[in-house]
Every structure is written in structure tokens, then in C-alpha cells.
Write a protein that binds this ligand. Sequence first.
Ligand code: ZN
Length: 286
Amino acid sequence: MPELPEVETIKEDLRGLVVGSRIERAEVTDSALVEQPPEGEFVRRLGGARMTGARRRAKHLIVELDTQDALVFQLKIGGQLLLVPPVEEPEDSVMLVLHLEGGRRLFLRDQTGFSRARLLREEELEERFADLGPEPFSAEFTVRYLRERLGSRRAQIKSLLLDQHLVSGIGNIYADEILYDARLHPRRRANTLSEGEWEALHGAIRSNLAAGIEHRGTTVRLYRDVLGRAGEHQNHLRVFERHGRPCPRCGAEVVREKIGGRPTHYCPRCQREDGSAEDGVQLELE
Ligand SMILES: [Zn+2]
């Protein structure tokens, strides 16, 4: 499931591999992909456009075109952008093919079928993203922002981390890893966090997302980069989908349960629901 580090990796790949190329023709092979404008217009406006840049906002991937349009992808659960060649042509689940000059093709493949695309005028972009929370690496995203924006909420901290209006780019995998690092139980009410815990949470958000980018994303199942390669960050996860295995910090068994409707993984000894630290476990706050 592409979150900030995976979309960031794909964006960097696009910059290195396809930005600068002209789209000779767009071919929509699954109409469910196109949200805006109507499919015929979507195809027509892409034909002949040159890709001039690639950006990321939250989990959205934005391809800038020389036509004042921006092609915005939401890769949702299983969306992959694959460059053929060198990647072999996908045999199934193709939603879009961009035929590029020079005979290359950029495929959007999604085995879950949930990926969506929009073609927006530059001026529509800002409006589209107006209600997204700050980027975790922006200057605006401070400990103070977190505490002031979330600190009076009674909601569970995990649900708030996933809320794209509050902070953008975090999904289920990184949320569990972030809370593990910050030693916060996913069900902790935000209004019970101490100043030190807000600092730990802020640090853990940045360090986990940075590590995910450094490792070119997390491949649990479907995520691939533009050259079809899996990420590496799955080899560095401590709790996500590691239930039944020992916590790398204390050895207690990692558990999995549904919290806020999402499968959630945590160490019941390091992340105590009442916020206390177990005897002998030192709370290390950065
Ligand atoms: Zn533990």
C-alpha cells in the first residue's frame, strides 16, 4: 500500500526515467481509473503532452505536463507504475498505458483495481489539496503543531495519525512502526499525551518515513518501483505484520488487533495503554 515513502520513491524514479518524454498516446484500459475529466477528454488532453516534472503531495503522485495540465495518481492499495522496457509488459490488471516517444510505455497496473487518476489544470491542484495536513518534513510540521492540533482530541492516536487532514502521507504500515518507536499504545487518547510523548511522536514520524525513503519503500505485497523492483524497508519493520514474533526491544510477543477498524500491530509491554513504562524499561525520549 503506497504511503509517503513509496510514492516518494516512484516520484524520484519518474524524474530520473521518464520526465522529459512526450506522451504520444494515452490508452485507458479500465474506465474505473479516470475520475476527472470524462475519459474521452482525459485521453485527448494527454495525447502529445510532454512530461515536465514529477511531484508528490501526501500520497498523491503528480506528473506535470507542458500543457498546463497535471496528471494526478492515487495508487491506493496496489497501484504500480511500470516502465516497459526494461520491465516486461504486465499480463493483467492494466488500467492505463501511456505510449511514450521512442517506443517506451508507462503502465499503470493495479491488481486491486482501486487506483484513480485525474487530469487537473494547475489552478485546480491547489484547491484539490487544500484540506490536506502539512507534509511531515515541512517547516510547518513541528512538535508544537502536533500538540496544538491533536492535543485536545479524545480520539485514539493511531486514528489521528492516519487522518490526512492532520498530517499527510502516513498509512497503516508506518503508523504502527511510528507508534512503536514513540512507545505509544495505538489506543492512547491524544489528550493524555505528555510533552515528552509529543516530542517522541514527532521524531518517530520523521525518522520512520525517512528510513522508508532511504530503503526505497516497503513491499509487503504489491508495492513495486517504476523498474518493477521491491522495496527494502519490509526487512526493517519491528511490529507491522510481525504478530506472534518477539519485540526486538523487549522480547514480549507482538500482538495484532483491530483498532479504529484497521489491523494494528504493537508490543503490549513497550506500548502500555495507561502510558506507564514497565519496571526496568527505560523510557528513552529524544
Ligand atoms: Zn517490547
